[in-house]
Write a protein that binds this ligand. Sequence first.
Ligand code: SAM
Ligand code: FES
Length: 350
Amino acid sequence: MGLDAKTLLNKLKKEHSLTLDEYRYLLEHRDCESMEIAAGYAKEFQNQYYGNQVYIRGLVEFTNFCRNNCLYCGIRRDNQNCQRYRLNKQEIVDCANEGYDMGFRTIVLQGGEDFAYSDDDICDIIRSIRSAHEDLVVTLSIGERSRESYRRYYDAGARRYLLRHETASPELYAKLHPAELSWEHRMNCLKDLKEIGYQVGAGFMVESPGQTMRDLAMDLKFVEEFKPDMCGIGPFITHQDTPFANEPSGTLETTLFCLSLIRMIYPMVLLPATTALGTIHPRGREMGIMAGANVVMPNLSPASVRKKYALYDNKICTGEEAAECLECLKRRMESIRYQIVTDPGNRAGL
Ligand code: SAM
Ligand code: FES
């Protein structure tokens, strides 16, 4: 490790900010030593704000229909090999109830961009869940919709929204998405969500096809400036039925390093150790927590549909029932001396 990397890590620790070129330098010169130092600093912040506690969010993947054709994504519209499913309102509410009984106090309703669910349907689902459990925080992750729709979901009781920006580089965005999707529109959605009052989760894929270290540095700069309440990052993982079938997956090391840097940029951020991280390495999620992450997202979807929500190849946690998934994660966290807690995390009660 060059002396400069050490200096830059110390600067980041103190000032929570670097220039684009400095982030790029760190990424380009990543080695065992710089990873270790970054993880050490990240854990100091993690410990200061969250102790050894890891938050859980129950993920309900309620539809794999999607009108979009993102080049990397296994449930893209043109994938004819994807077996499509939709959960109905009662099935979604049942998943939320089950999650609540298991101790979850935040659930994430995620899906492709499926307009078979109207705004009225989405609001109805949110209201049903909220009226049964007033202390259950409902998070949505259903892609790009109008500001008006976002406002309606908020009024119905949703308080958090996860919409990864995918990449802070407009040029790379254009290579990863079909022409009808625009980087500007995605960024505007994030702005709208923040203005409406949601706690917002942004995020990006690490080492997606064509991504340079400069692009990744732009993502770090974006996190520094936008300050999302949550930041979901994971390695890009190949899916055999997409145009990127022959592209290599992202690496554990770069993802872990990015997690540590994000914790240093924004010490209070909610930072998940994602399923994608657990997919590229059997202990990826544990390593993610050790690198600075503080959230895990066990799957609450019915076991019968799990395999069908295949965003990428070999996705883990597709066989177990929800309770087994939670138990497995509890054990994993205990193995690294962390403890799962059920409250919704920072700014709880919103
Ligand atoms: N449709 C919603 C949206 O666009 O935000 C939510 C669902 S989308 C499948 C959730 C996230 O999965 C995306 O934001 C993307 O970052 C991630 N994802 C999709 N395909 C992936 C892949 N091949 N490898 C890693 N992550 C992937
Ligand atoms: Fe729509 Fe992936 S292309 S969720």
